[in-house]
Design a protein around this ligand. Structure first.
Ligand code: SF4
Ligand code: SF4
Length: 192
């Protein structure tokens, strides 16, 4: 089997990226303004402008590198890159799409394990209470990662200062939030 076949995955064409994210990767002309302004570019294996360039090649090997990269997990969706980009390329949506494809293709970077656990715990919290419930988020995250001792010294201070509420506040529109989750999950299942 050739390298190309081994690394083939759902992100086979930039048309598909355009269809799913609205981003036209070929609009990028590599000015580098996104990478210069990105607050986490120095920590990334591939800074945002290079992510665009790798996608432009359409080479499955480059795409495979992206799905296995840490860049897609380090992006904090701050949108600094979008505001700086002369072509208004929506890089956070692109990163979000790459994260989903990475999970779907089972190619997530092992170093991203805790970040992925945090994403899941965050979404679970929103799903169950309709808003972020910090104590639930922390408990869920610790169970997922086994990091039971992490930040334990900080918790009492936060309780005293009223930053952590032991009882979750439930919002009125929880059914609507649950419907959004169900619709999204159903859509994802149909894609697979
Ligand atoms: S949205 Fe992501 S890629 Fe863009 S500047 Fe923020 S962290 Fe960097
Ligand atoms: S700022 Fe926009 S055009 Fe410039 S390199 Fe980044 S994505 Fe490409």
């Amino acid at each position: 089997m050739s390298d190309r076949q081994e690394t083939d995955h759902p992100l086979s064409s930039n048309d598909e990226i355009r269809m799913k994210t609205g981003v036209i990767v070929n609009k990028c002309y590599q000015c580098g303004k996104c990478s210069a302004g990105c607050p986490v570019a120095s920590e990334m294996d591939y800074p945002p402008s290079l992510v665009l360039r790798m996608l432009q090649t359409g080479d499955p090997i480059q795409l495979d590198k992206l799905l296995r990269s840490m860049s897609i997990w380090l992006c904090v969706s701050c949108e600094m890159c979008v505001t700086r980009c002369p072509m208004e390329i929506d890089i956070p949506s692109l990163m979000d799409h790459l994260r989903q494809e990475s999970i779907k293709a089972k190619k997530t970077n092992p170093k991203a394990k805790k970040i992925i656990a945090f994403h899941k715990s965050f979404l679970d919290s929103i799903n169950f209470t309709g808003r972020l419930y910090e104590v639930g988020l922390i408990a869920d995250y610790k169970l997922r990662t086994g990091a039971m001792a992490q930040d334990v010294k900080v918790a009492p201070k936060m309780f005293i200062k009223g930053k952590l509420n032991p009882v979750p506040e439930l919002i009125g529109g929880r059914k609507k939030v649950a419907a959004i989750f169900n619709k999204t999950i159903k859509g994802k299942e149909e894609e697979l």
